[in-house]
Design a protein around this ligand. Structure first.
Ligand code: PMP
Length: 299
């Protein structure tokens, strides 16, 4: 079994990694009715800092509300448990996976089922690598917004993501891009999508996407750099004709896109994207004073 770190937070305390176990009857394991977060923490001059922890915990509770889940702890307690889990593991930089899932039961009804909370902390480098990636439009479309609550980070949504991602990788690409039911661009399997055209930053409007916290951070950084951001419908032709494109996400951070469906985007490098990527990198490590408010120091 993989041993990612020393301790996992489970329900109300830290337990040894190998002692954190769930039963095969676990409802969420069968039906995907769990919710989770992906959060990163970084080494800064002042110590280890968790990036935008408040926003991630708020989104976790928003996601849980999709199932009327009776979360066994308060927002503040979850916030503190995540900090404790990071502190206890003594890892300098890595990834945090807060997770809320329903306990043991057969059948689709999860009302009155007890919910569990866990926090995994592991070292995890760049998700898609440092270089610009080659992307393929997926044959799988993103989930219809009337089929679920797309602002929630629900485990079951990731079956769609995994199918798209596996399909792209089998075809020799680095990542997939999913369209929505109208044929507009939605998002990557675990990333939001942006293009740059004539100096403007353009990204799909909310509806079929998870409105990412990295996406929001890029909005703020772009504004501070005097770059206009537009949230609108984006077609594949918009993307093929873009000057630049990139993905954003907690795991992927800012990942530049070299080509889409083997068509090179701009010169495949991305000047504005690269600039935003470097500012984001500085922000998460406390090197850009403008964004220190996004960091939660673990003490
Ligand atoms: N879309 C999907 C489907 C995702 O899984 C993620 C990663 N959480 C994102 C977008 C980006 O969200 P964030 O920037 O909050 O990590």
């Amino acid at each position: 079994m993989m041993q990612g770190s020393k301790f996992i937070w489970l329900d109300n305390k830290l337990v040894d990694w190998e002692k954190a176990k769930v039963h095969p009857m676990t409802h969420s394991l069968h039906y995907g009715d769990a919710v989770f977060e992906g959060v990163r923490f970084y080494k800064t001059e002042k110590g280890t800092a968790i990036f935008r922890l408040k926003e991630h915990v708020d989104r976790l509770f928003h996601s849980a509300s999709a199932f009327d889940m009776k979360v066994p702890l308060s927002n503040r307690e979850a916030f503190n448990a995540i900090k404790e889990a990071v502190k206890a593991n003594g890892i300098e930089e890595g990834y945090i996976r807060p997770f809320l899932f329903f306990g043991e039961k057969m059948g689709l009804n999860n009302i009155d089922l007890e919910a569990h909370f866990s926090v995994i902390v592991i070292p995890w480098g760049s998700y898609l690598g440092e270089n610009a990636v080659r992307v393929k439009t997926s044959k799988f479309i993103r989930i219809h917004p009337s089929s679920s609550l797309m602002t929630a980070k629900i485990s079951g949504h990731y079956a769609n993501s995994i199918l798209a991602s596996a399909d792209a990788k089998k075809a020799g690409f680095d990542e997939a891009l999913l369209l929505d039911y109208k044929g507009n661009i939605a998002e990557g399997p675990g990333e939001n999508f942006f293009i740059i055209k004539d100096g403007k930053l353009i990204t799909p409007k909310p509806g079929t996407i998870l409105p990412g916290i990295t996406r929001d951070s890029i909005f703020k950084i772009a504004k501070d750099e005097g770059i206009e951001t537009v949230e609108t419908d984006l077609t594949l032709n918009d993307a093929y004709g873009a000057d630049e494109a990139f993905f954003t996400g907690t795991a992927a951070e800012v990942t530049l896109i070299e080509s889409l469906d083997n068509k090179k985007i701009g010169d495949g490098k991305g000047k504005i994207g690269e600039k935003l990527k470097q500012i984001y990198k500085s922000a998460v490590r406390g090197k850009d004073k403008r964004y220190l408010g996004w960091l939660e120091l673990v003490k």
